[in-house]
Design a protein around this ligand. Structure first.
Ligand SMILES: Nc1ncnc2c1ncn2[C@@H]1O[C@H](COP(=O)(O)OP(=O)(O)O)[C@@H](O)[C@H]1O
Ligand SMILES: [Mg+2]
Length: 377
């Protein structure tokens, strides 16, 4: 008997499921958007994930379908379910990762700590929210945003007019999410894995550093975290995984303020904040995701080292690819674990990452930053 997992989307998250799938002997199939995607190694089909027939045909003889991203439309997910195909996470859970307004409403119902927020449908709505929140706020497009695209700090009513226009043209009913500008001390992420049959496992709480809305660094575990804070964030993430009936990996992005943590957003798949687990945890998030969606017993999520630091390679070299820098990076930083995504360098683009583990955080962070820097001009 062979276990088969179908992944919709051929980006780097699908790519990084390939190694653990090979190790376990799980057959991974990938529906990629194009030729030459990051997960091309395992791409068994190329097609449009917005087309129900394409996705159902792809999924016909796999045991379970999962995802590299959250953009598969609900009608396509519904068609998979109707065809009797196991979809994990299911459409009923995924909708809360697809739409930040749905998420905010549902997390309020679950009593989760959140920034003040509102749904606004015009400039007057923004103006009213600004008046109540010190004149500055964060406006977000509820759907389709990533890496800070779809997030804007505003201080006057008309700064999101273009988004209202785009929503109106889209015919989707034009609401944007507006949130208080949280004066966070730092950003954190809490991951948990959950199987359909209910087992959950939390990973260590980590610290994430965003630059220009893009994740740049992850420190695992988060510095200066006591047992109490780890317990609070684990309970939040487990509460969300259970409350939303998530299966697979769930990442909860958090803001830490002077006196509490607030939920920023959710991802129901492996997540950039968990890339450190490839080299720094007993079970990587990619293996864990495969286990969870196959409803197999979950692996140990403990760290293997005191510290692991992950640095994203953003942009890459001005000329040539990452491989041209291998000699230099590997000779100078034998301690660094280099991961590349098979993507061509472009300013700001996530093209790979580096993990370094060890006992001294300063040494580890220095080495990881220096190794990643070899790949960037
Ligand atoms: N309410 C907020 N207050 C302060 N900063 C915010 C707020 N919402 C988002 N941000 C900043 O913008 C980044 C991206 O926002 P997020 O909602 O996570 O969008 P994305 O889907 O692009 O990751 C966050 O990681 C954080 O740095
Ligand atoms: Mg985010």
């Amino acid at each position: 008997m062979t276990l088969r997992v179908g992944v919709v989307g051929g980006g780097q998250l699908a790519r990084m499921m390939i190694a653990p799938a090979v190790e376990l002997g799980v057959e991974l199939r990938v529906l990629a958007e194009d030729d030459g995607m990051s997960a091309a190694l395992a791409a068994t089909a190329v097609g449009d994930y917005r087309d129900a027939d394409t996705v159902v045909r792809f999924a016909r003889d796999v045991d379970v379908v999962t995802f590299d991203h959250e953009h598969v439309p609900q009608d396509v997910l519904g068609a998979l379910v109707d065809a009797g195909i196991a979809v994990r996470p299911g459409p009923h859970a995924l909708r809360f990762a697809q739409d930040k307004l749905h998420m905010r409403r549902r997390l309020d119902e679950l009593g989760m700590p959140q920034p003040d927020w509102a749904a606004v449908s015009d400039a007057a709505g923004i103006e009213a929210f600004l008046a109540e929140h010190g004149g500055r706020a964060v406006v977000k497009t509820p759907r389709g945003g990533y890496d800070g695209k779809g997030v804007r700090v505003v201080s006057s009513a008309h700064e999101a007019d273009d988004w209202f226009t785009a929503l109106a043209e889209d015919g989707r009913g034009g609401e944007l999410l507006i949130e208080e500008l949280v004066p966070f001390i730092r950003e954190l992420a809490q991951q948990v894995a959950r199987r359909p049959s209910g087992e959950v496992r939390a990973y260590p709480l980590v610290e994430t550093v965003q630059r220009d809305g893009v994740c740049a660094e992850v420190l695992a575990p988060a510095q200066r975290t006591g047992e109490r804070e780890q317990q609070v964030t684990s309970e939040i993430a487990v509460g969300i995984a259970e409350g939303l009936d998530v299966s697979g990996m769930l990442a909860v992005e958090l803001f830490e303020t002077a006196d509490r943590v607030l939920v920023n957003e959710l991802a129901m798949r492996p997540h950039n904040s968990g890339h450190w687990t490839q080299d720094g945890a007993v079970t990587s998030q990619f293996e864990q995701h495969l286990r969870a969606v196959l409803d197999l017993p979950l692996g140990d999520s403990s760290p293997k080292a005191t510290w692991t630091v992950m640095i994203n390679i953003l942009g890459g070299p001005a000329e040539g690819g990452l491989v041209e820098r291998f000699g230099d990076a590997m000779a100078r930083h034998p301690e660094a674990k280099v991961h590349t995504y098979g993507k061509s360098p472009r300013p700001g683009r996530k093209v790979g990452h580096v993990n370094v583990s060890g006992d001294d955080l300063d040494d580890v962070a220095y080495a990881a930053r220096a190794a990643a820097a070899v790949f960037v001009d």
